[in-house]
Design a protein around this ligand. Structure first.
Ligand SMILES: [Zn+2]
Length: 285
C-alpha cells in the first residue's frame, strides 16, 4: 500500500475511512532521521532497535487501515529525534540516553535546535491529526481515536508476560471493553501494563482523545509477535475484527452520545499522576 509519505511533511497518511468511526495514529512507526542530523551518532544497529521505533507497528497499522477501513496517520521520524508521544519540554521528549544507548546528537541542544524539531516534526504531525479529527467532528461523525504502539519483550532482564496491553487513564470505557475482548481470545493482556497512560508521560491520547472528549483506546503489542509480516497481518486481522465489536458494545452501553459524556481531565488526578511519572521517565519503551 502506498501512503502520502513525505519526510518533509513529518507524517505519512494511509487509507481512507469510507465512513467508519476509527482514526488510527502511530507515534513511533517511523525510523527516519533528518539529513542534517546524519545518524544522530547512533549505530544503524542501535537505531533499528526498539529505542529507535516501535518495531512492527508500521505493518500492523497499514494492514489495519486497509481492513477496517480507516485513515492512519504515522510519524515518519525516529523517536530518537523527538518523541511525538511526549509534550514539548518533557524530560524524555528528546533523550540523551535510551535503554543504555547514548544519543550524542541530542546532547546540549540550544533552544533553537529544540524548537526546530518541534516545528518540523512534532507540531506538523499533531496538526495533521487535529485536522482529521476537526473535519470529522464538524461533520457530526462519531470518531474513535486508536493509538497504536509496540513494546520490547524484555526490559532490564524482566521478560514481559503480556501479548498486548491496553492503556487508559481518565476515560476507561472503550479501553475496558477492548481489554475484555482481547482476553476472550485467550491472550494475556496488560491492564495499563507494561505502563500506565498518564497526563504527563503521554501526549497523543491526552491531547486528541481526553481533551476533546472523544472515545479512545491505546493499544500496545509485544514486538516479537509482530516482527514479521505474518504476525503483523495476524494482529491487524484481530484488531479489525475486535475494534468494531468494541465500538458496537460502547454505543450499546453509552450511546453515541457517550461521546459528549466522556469524563473530563481533573486536576486532582493530574497531581496524583505526577509522582507515578517520576518513576516512568526511563521505562516507557
Ligand atoms: Zn510507542
Amino acid at each position: 500500500m502506498t501512503g502520502s509519505n513525505t519526510e518533509a511533511a513529518g507524517f505519512a497518511v494511509y487509507g481512507t475511512d469510507q465512513g467508519g468511526p476509527f482514526v488510527l495514529v502511530s507515534d513511533h512507526a517511523g525510523r527516519a532521521v533528518p539529513p542534517a542530523l546524519e545518524d544522530l551518532g547512533v549505530s544503524a544497529e542501535d537505531r533499528a532497535r526498539h529505542i529507535g521505533w516501535d518495531i512492527g507497528i508500521d505493518g500492523v497499522g497499514r494492514h489495519l487501515a486497509a481492513l477496517l477501513p480507516a485513515v492512519l496517520i504515522e510519524q515518519v521520524y525516529s523517536r530518537l529525534v523527538i518523541d511525538c508521544n511526549r509534550a514539548p519540554g518533557h524530560p524524555t521528549s528528546i533523550v540523551t540516553v535510551s535503554d543504555g544507548t547514548p544519543v550524542p546528537a541530542n546532547e546540549g541542544l540550544t533552544p533553537e535546535q529544540i524548537a526546530f524539531r518541534h516545528t518540523t516534526i512534532l507540531h506538523p504531525y499533531h496538526a495533521r491529526i487535529t485536522q482529521e479529527l476537526d473535519a470529522r467532528v464538524q461533520a457530526g461523525r462519531p470518531t474513535v481515536v486508536v493509538a497504536l504502539h509496540s513494546f520490547t519483550p524484555e526490559m532490564r532482564g524482566f521478560k514481559r508476560p503480556w501479548h498486548a496491553g491496553i492503556l487508559h487513564n481518565h476515560d476507561t470505557r472503550l479501553a475496558h471493553i477492548m481489554l475484555d475482548l482481547l482476553r476472550q481470545e485467550g491472550l494475556t493482556v496488560g491492564d495499563n501494563e507494561p505502563y500506565a497512560l498518564t497526563d504527563t508521560s503521554d501526549y497523543t491520547i491526552p491531547l486528541h482523545g481526553e481533551k476533546r472528549q472523544l472515545p479512545h483506546v491505546e493499544i500496545e503489542i509485544r514486538q516479537d509477535l509482530i516482527a514479521d509480516e505474518k504476525g503483523q497481518k495476524e494482529w491487524a486481522d484481530r484488531l479489525a475484527r475486535l475494534l468494531p465489536q468494541a465500538w458496537a458494545q460502547f454505543c450499546k452501553t453509552y450511546g453515541t452520545a457517550g461521546v459528549t459524556d466522556a469524563p473530563a481531565m481533573q486536576d486532582n488526578k493530574q497531581k496524583a499522576d505526577l509522582s507515578r511519572d517520576q518513576m516512568q521517565i526511563q521505562v516507557r519503551l
